[in-house]
Every structure is written in C-alpha cells, then in structure tokens.
Design a protein around this ligand. Structure first.
Ligand code: NDP
Length: 330
C-alpha cells in the first residue's frame, strides 16, 4: 500500500489564510544525493510568511510547499549518499518543502545539530543563530565591550542575537513592541531595553551607549525606521540591514551615511551559506561561541500543520515571541 502524508501548499499569492491549503499525497522517494526526512518540527521564519505573500527577496512560483527550515529523522538514503545515518536527527535549510510529513532533502542542505537537541530545538536553531552570528561578527565585526542595538528583541533572530552578543561580551540595547517582550530580552542578558515606540528612543539609545550612539545596529524593522537607526548610530557605526519587517518602502539618503562615516551593509543568510569567507569564519568562531554555554535555541509557540495559516498570521501581526514551530505529526 502506498504510504501517504499531509502537506501544505501555497497555491496563490495572498495573506496566509487565503493562500495556504492542506493536501494529502504519497510519501516521496529520495533521489540520488538526497535523504528522506520524517519532518518532526518546522521552524517558521518571517521569510516563509513573506514568500507566501510573494514579498520575499526571490519571486514565489506557485504552487509550492513552504517551510525553509525544519528538523527530523532520516528514514531513507538516496543513491550515493554517505556520511548520514538512518535514524539520525538532522536540521535542514532547504529553501522550502518543510511543511509536510516527509521531505526529500539534498545532503548539502543538511545542517549538523547536536544529537542531544530535540527536533523542536533543532528546528529553532540554524537560521536565527547563523544570521545573528554573521550580523554580529562576519559583517558587523562586533568586538567585546561594544554596544549593539537588537530590534524585535524577543523574536527568533532577536533572542539569538542577544545570546550571541552576550557570548561575545558585547553590550546590548534591546528594542521590542511590548513590556512583556522587553522582559524576555532582559532575561536573556540585554543591558538596556526600550519600547520600539518610545517617543524618546533615539536620544535614549544614544545615551545608553555613552552619548554618541551605538557602533553596531542589527536592523530588522527597516522602512521609515532605518533613517532613524542612522541617527542612533555612533560615528563610523555599522548598520547591518537584515530585514524589513515593517514591509514599508525603505527611504534613506546616502548623504546621511557620509556625515558620520557610517556603513550600511546588507545581509542575506542564503548567499552567506555558500560564501567561502563566511564559511571560514563560521568554522573558526561559531562552535566556540556555542560552547560558551549561554546559547540555547528559543522555541516559541507550537502549532499543528492544520493551523499553519494561524501561525503565519500570528508571526506577521507581532503576536509571537521566540521561534514559531509547526509540528506536522501533532
Ligand atoms: P521574529 O520572530 O523576529 O518575528 C518578527 C518580529 O518583527 C515581530 O515579532 C516584531 O517584533 C518585529 N517587527 C518590528 N516591526 C514590525 C512591523 N512594523 N511589523 C511587523 N513586525 C514587526 O521573526 P524572524 O526572527 O524570522 O525575523 C526577524 C527579522 O529578521 C525579519 O525582518 C526577517 O525577515 C529577518 N531575517 C533576515 C534574514 C536574512 O538572511 N536577511 C534571516 C533571518 C531573519 P516586535 O513586536 O518586538 O516589534
């Protein structure tokens, strides 16, 4: 008898509730160089939601199975696969395909995770922690003792950024939309916390970092707030543009960078994953930071596959804290 599984399809451009449909299909076979993974947990990224709405960096081709980051157990090996064992817990950064009972994954898309992690922890790890690492170190060149501004601080990337900044002995100003989210940031080690809509936020961020501003900003809100971030930056400050969660048009006058010798750098994890220099820096430093013992994946609310549209809407509407998880077999 053919084994079947449930999977989710983005069938058209639109808000999650309009775009996503639940379907049943045969369990796929792994091709050469692929493994079959029983998906236990999907880590939902803001990018998944943007993809469904066709607002991501790359255009969406419907229909597709969303879910760029997921974790589970290897149940079959395709031809020519070596170095992966049946039953092994793997995390996958596959671009899409995770929101299903099973997924076929090219071995290059497997990310090593500690075998002591649960699948939920493994699904909450790769994208957020690698992005935070490249923002803080590879592109941000953050140093011990320096201040960094972390926005959306209780979100998946925000939590990872605070933890890694702590492991680097950096000092953190954290911003978020609610007092509850700021309390999370403080628990994770943020030194100063500020509401994202505090009317005196520019002045307060500058004062927190000694009056001149912060040397490093991990920008995830974007839109009209980016111009404001330039005013929060110290002379020669580095602003790493990681996201545009506001979904507003970004308007920045490059002349404003000149005035205080600021640097604005874009970051996209997808291209850094195959960038030799970024990979060398990851190999040299990332594991050592994790070993400092302050790093723990931060799963947030968990949903069943059937409730994915709700999960995506909650993430989009800022109702979540931590990494949103979908458990396809729940
Ligand atoms: P989060 O878990 O951080 O959730 C998104 C958060 O964005 C919300 O909780 C909210 O936090 C915040 N936010 C701020 N302003 C707005 C706004 N106007 N509208 C909606 N949300 C807002 O998601 P992720 O960790 O997945 O992603 C965080 C950001 O980082 C996103 O912009 C994402 O695109 C980006 N990213 C980019 C990567 C890259 O390779 N370039 C990789 C990973 C993430 P609050 O309520 O506190 O304001």
């Amino acid at each position: 008898m053919t084994r079947t599984m449930k999977h989710l399809l983005a069938v058209r451009q639109g808000l999650p509730a309009e775009a996503l449909e639940l379907h049943e299909s045969p369990v796929p076979q792994p091709g050469p160089g692929e493994v079959l993974v029983r998906v236990e947990a999907v880590g939902v990224n803001y990018a998944d939601v943007l993809s469904v709405m066709n607002e991501y960096l790359t255009p969406a081709h419907y229909p597709f199975v969303p879910g760029m980051e997921f974790a589970g157990y290897v149940t079959e090996l395709g031809a020519g696969v070596s170095g992966v064992k049946l039953g092994q817990l793997v995390a996958c950064l596959a671009g899409q395909g995770g929101l299903a009972g099973y997924a076929t994954v090219p071995v290059q898309a497997l990310v090593p995770v500690p075998q002591t992690y649960t699948p939920v922890q493994a699904a909450a790890f790769g994208v957020s922690y690698l992005t935070a690492f490249h923002g803080l170190r590879t592109l941000g060149r953050g140093q011990a003792g320096e201040w960094v501004l972390v926005q959306a601080a209780a979100g998946a990337l925000g939590r990872a950024s605070i933890q890694l900044a702590g492991a680097l002995d950096m000092r953190v100003v954290a911003m978020a939309s609610t007092e509850e989210k700021l309390a999370v940031a403080r628990e994770l080690g943020a030194d100063v916390t500020l509401l994202q809509d505090d009317p005196e936020r520019v002045q307060k961020v500058r004062e927190a970092a000694g009056g001149l501003g912060v040397p490093l900003i991990l920008e995830v809100v974007g839109g009209q707030r980016l111009a404001e971030s330039l005013r929060m930056a110290a002379p020669r400050g580095r602003i790493i543009l990681i996201g545009n969660a506001s979904r507003e048009e970004v308007r920045v006058n490059p002349v404003d960078l000149m005035k205080r010798n600021l640097t604005l750098t874009g970051l996209w994890l997808t291209t850094l994953l195959t960038d030799p220099q970024a990979q060398a820096q990851t190999a040299a430093e990332f594991g050592r930071l994790l070993d400092k013992g302050r790093i723990a994946p931060q799963p947030g609310p968990s949903y069943a596959l059937l409730d994915t549209a709700q999960a995506f809407s909650d993430l989009l509407d800022r109702r979540t804290s931590g990494k949103v998880i979908i458990e396809p077999w729940r």
